[in-house]
Structures are given as structure tokens and as C-alpha cells.
Design a protein around this ligand. Structure first.
Ligand SMILES: [Zn+2]
Length: 393
């Protein structure tokens, strides 16, 4: 087990996620401190969460994780900062109320790169020995990608002249929901990309960034693609949930990816209204991808016989991806859930086109996530640009 963890740690060690130290400007709403006088465990930053913390013996802390509300999908998120006035070895035991751990802890020293934190699982308890010091560390369920990270990324992406950024709407608590767009004068066809409906699904976010960067790059393929397709990216649909460190829901305690039939929530409602406005202006939605994470890599699609246009588009695309990545097994799971309220079904039913839920595994190697995303974006562009008759297998 020890070797496995060390190997895993090495895989993590050079993940290119940039610092969050400079971007933790938004304070946590549920800030709390667990302090022994010398050691402080705090949640005074955006995305932080530890719910309950107590000192149970000298230098031994018990943290209990609790979801924002129930029932809820099991994604126990946590993120907290540890700092000590002088070097002190502490033990932290973490439990999840009524549930089990899902995410092996990651550590970032002073907001730098993330690595796997050594730990043991004993029954339902997760135990870590940590050397606390004046240099703060953050322990989190996954790499922290907060709302400010999206702002910085969007600014970087929209430095390209073809790409614009705007605020599409606001969350329940009034946080901006950003969109970026690449518009082509010669096309009215759109590809829509969504992300972060579920706050802890970081590997989906880690896939969305390189995927979009590849679509919007200066490659010849991208230039051809962007002349034929407009791109709309809404990378962070649930900023309230991200800020609060929620397991899954928005600020109203509801799952946004079960709301694409009711539009009871302002986040999904505003996106639906924006897409309706586009179509009223003569624009056509042609494809959509919604980035998520689950326990393994899988692409949820609509069935080929569902009656959407270009029925073999997704199959051709993902078969091409599978051919080009011999070490990655592309798993396609077609499904049709008319009453579930997921975004993929909404795009199929409302616009008559394919859409997929692009799920990366919680523990998929971070470099692989980037490699897969680059290839997936390139093969999508090739497939959509090819003159293949999508009606034939
Ligand atoms: Zn999800």
C-alpha cells in the first residue's frame, strides 16, 4: 500500500495546476477554526470546508464531514488550511457523517503544486500524520479550483482576438456566471461546453481547460473548425457551490444537473434562456459537452437511434479517439433518461442534436486527463469537419 501511495504521489507531483495562494481572495462563509493555541486548522478561504473539528487529545484532531443537505450523491468534499506557530507533528482523523470517504487527500504547500497526502484508511476513518509549521499547507479532497481560478483562466483564454468573455447571468447568491465565446462571421452553428455543475468534480474541470484550449488554439485544424462552428463555453455553472465547498448542490440545496427539464434554478434557467435567445436569432445548437467526474472515465451519450441529427457523430468521434489512444479505453455509455433533467438529454430533446457527459475518473492520472482532452478535442474537430455521412456507421 505504501508503495502504491508513493507512486501515486509521484504521478501527482508535477501537476501543472497553478497556485491558489494568491487567488484565495473570497472568504469562506462557514469559516471556522480548530485551534490548540500553537496549531490552527482553518477554513477562511473560498472552497474550504471541514464542517466539524475538535481537539480530541494533545495534537490530535477529529474532523467530521457533513454534506450541505440530504439526500445527496456521495462526494464528501473537504479543504482546510493548517499552520503552526512552531513545527508540530499532529494527527488528523477524518470521518464522514453517515458516509465513507471518496477522495484521497491532496496537499499543497503554500498554495503550490498538489501532491497526494500520505494517509491510512481504517474502517471509515481516514488518518493523516502531518508536520505543521509556520508555512501554511492546504489539505483538500481534490486540487482546489476556486471561482477566481476561472476568472484568471477566462482572462487568459479571451486574450485571443476571436474569443470574447461576458457575464451570462448570476447564481442564487449573486455570483457571476461567465461565458466565453468564439464567433464566426460565416457560421450560425454552435457547440456548447459546460462545466462544474458539481463542485467536487475537479477532474472534469481539469479536462475542460485543455479541451477548450485545444479548440481555441491557433492550429490549422482549429482555424478551420472555428470558421465553421461558434463555441460557447460556460465553465463554472455553480459558483456558489464551488465557493461553499458543497458536495454537489447549488445554494438552494438542489442538483443543477437534475434541473434541465424544470429550470427551477436561476443558474440553469439563465443558460436555457440564453440558448433560446440564440436560436431565436437564427443560431443553431449543433452539439454539447458537459464535463463531470465520477469513479472512472466514461462518456455518457445519447443512443444512435434516439432520432437526433447526425446519429453516428459521437460514435465516430469516440471511435477515432479510441484508435488514437491505444492505452486509453474509451468507454461509451449511451442512455436515455427523459425525466432525469440532465443537460445531455436537454440538448437532445430541445435541439435535436447529440450531447455527451464527459466524465473523468476521480483518480485518473492528471497528465492523462490533459492528453485525453487534447486528443478528444482534436478528434472532435476532425470528425465534425469531415464530410463523412454521419447517417452511416
Ligand atoms: Zn457530475
Amino acid at each position: 500500500m505504501k508503495n502504491l501511495l508513493l507512486t501515486y504521489s509521484l504521478l501527482f507531483s508535477s501537476v501543472l495546476l497553478t497556485s491558489c495562494a494568491s487567488t484565495l481572495v473570497e472568504q469562506s462563509d462557514n469559516a471556522q477554526t480548530c485551534s490548540s493555541g500553537i496549531v490552527q486548522i482553518t477554513t477562511d478561504f473560498s472552497t474550504a470546508r471541514m464542517d466539524e473539528c475538535s481537539l480530541v487529545a494533545k495534537n490530535e484532531y477529529l474532523i467530521t464531514l457533513v454534506p450541505e443537505n440530504t439526500p445527496i450523491n456521495s462526494s464528501p468534499w473537504y479543504a482546510f488550511k493548517i499552520q503552526a506557530d512552531q513545527p508540530t507533528d499532529i494527527t488528523i482523523t477524518m470521518k464522514v457523517r453517515g458516509d465513507e470517504h471518496r477522495y484521497p487527500p491532496k496537499v499543497s504547500v503554500n498554495g503550490g503544486a498538489w501532491q497526494l497526502q500520505k494517509h491510512k484508511i481504517k474502517g471509515k476513518r481516514l488518518i493523516m500524520n502531518i508536520s505543521a509549521s509556520p508555512e501554511p499547507i492546504i489539505i483538500a479532497a481534490q486540487e482546489v479550483i476556486n471561482n477566481q481560478y476561472y476568472v484568471d483562466w477566462i482572462n487568459k483564454i479571451s486574450a485571443s482576438p476571436q474569443v470574447s468573455q461576458n457575464i451570462l447571468g448570476q447564481s442564487v447568491q449573486g455570483r457571476p456566471i461567465y461565458k466565453i465565446e468564439s464567433r464566426s462571421k460565416s457560421s450560425n452553428e454552435w457547440v456548447v461546453i459546460l462545466g462544474r455543475q458539481h463542485p467536487p468534480e475537479i477532474t472534469g474541470a481539469l479536462a475542460l481547460f485543455p479541451f477548450v484550449e485545444t479548440l481555441l488554439s491557433n492550429s490549422e485544424l482549429s482555424k478551420s473548425y472555428l470558421s465553421k462552428y461558434n463555441i460557447l463555453v460556460i465553465p463554472n455553472i455553480n459558483p456558489d457551490g464551488v465557493h461553499a465547498g458543497n458536495w454537489r448542490h447549488n445554494a438552494n440545496g438542489l442538483d443543477l444537473n437534475r434541473d434541465w427539464n424544470k429550470f427551477s434554478q436561476i443558474e440553469t434557467k439563465q443558460i436555457n434562456q440564453y440558448l433560446e435567445k440564440l436560436t431565436e436569432q437564427g443560431q443553431e445548437i449543433k452539439f454539447a459537452i458537459d464535463f463531470h467526474s465520477t469513479r472512472h472515465d466514461v462518456f455518457y451519450s445519447m443512443p444512435v437511434d434516439y432520432g437526433v441529427e447526425k446519429p453516428y457523430l459521437v460514435q465516430h468521434w469516440l471511435e477515432a479517439l479510441d484508435r488514437q489512444m491505444p492505452n486509453f479505453n474509451v468507454e461509451i455509455k449511451p442512455g436515455n433518461n427523459p425525466d432525469l433533467g440532465v443537460s445531455k438529454q436537454y440538448f437532445a430533446d430541445k435541439f435535436g442534436v447529440h450531447a455527451i457527459t464527459y466524465e473523468m475518473g476521480d483518480n485518473t492520472d492528471r497528465h492523462d486527463i490533459i492528453r485525453i482532452a487534447h486528443k478528444a478535442a482534436n478528434t472532435l474537430m476532425t470528425t465534425m469537419l469531415s464530410n463523412t455521412d454521419h447517417n452511416k456507421e
